[in-house]
Design a protein around this ligand. Sequence first.
Ligand code: ADP
Length: 257
Amino acid sequence: KDASGNIIDYVSTQHDITARKNAEKALKQYAVDLEESNNMKDLFTDIMRHDLLNPANVARTMAELALHEVEDPNIEGLLKTIFDVNERMIELIENASLFASLNDQKKITLEQVDLTPIIKRAIRDVTSLAEKKNVPLVLRVEEEYFAAANPVISQVFYNLLSNAVKYSPSESTITVDVEGRDAGILVSVSDTGIGILDSDKTAIFERFKRVEKGSVEGTGLGLAIVKRIVDGHSGQVWVEDNPGGGSVFKVLIPASQ
Ligand code: ADP
């Protein structure tokens, strides 16, 4: 009993103290583990960015030089394969380190920028990929479209456009429309490619989710990056069916913060 005559339940009080101590200990260990795993993540990101990308870029240059010199068609075929798989590796390293760095950024800084030149640049960047498949890229925009954005937004348009090219047949057309809406600037990338099932329309924006890819190579990181960047802009991204077959990816970026 205590001074006022109340019965104190020592067993359960002791039990509570032990439980709390254990919880505190677990929490401390968790903080240590978290710090360690963050350090590990930073280490891996650094390794990817510097130690893997450099030799991969050297290999790209060497393969290119060798391709210019080679005369034997068999060796040329082998060199092309080396070049292509190395390109895939470079893309994977770049995407993975971009994804990791977006994870680190608590909040991306936004300022008023005209999206039109950024979209034009992304179109230029996928042109050589599109030319290989004979796929013209049509941009239906002439005005300026200002939105609250960070330059990293260019990666959104690049990823959507390169997917549109990858998942479209040769000789088809890809169209980019930009419209001003009350809620912000709406950018639509339309293709007439393989399309996306309703049941996959949300999952494709998750990391490493790949569906109905046919023979197309990829990592499943592209749309996860798109979603993360768009979220950082407080925007929205989704996919609809193209009435004529294929898909329309839509991105809405708020006009102001
Ligand atoms: P990756 O293209 O590297 O697989 P993404 O994250 O860019 O990764 O895309 C995830 C999946 O979404 C792809 O594997 C593909 O199944 C589907 N997808 C993306 N864009 C298109 C598109 N334009 N048309 C059809 N399917 C697409």
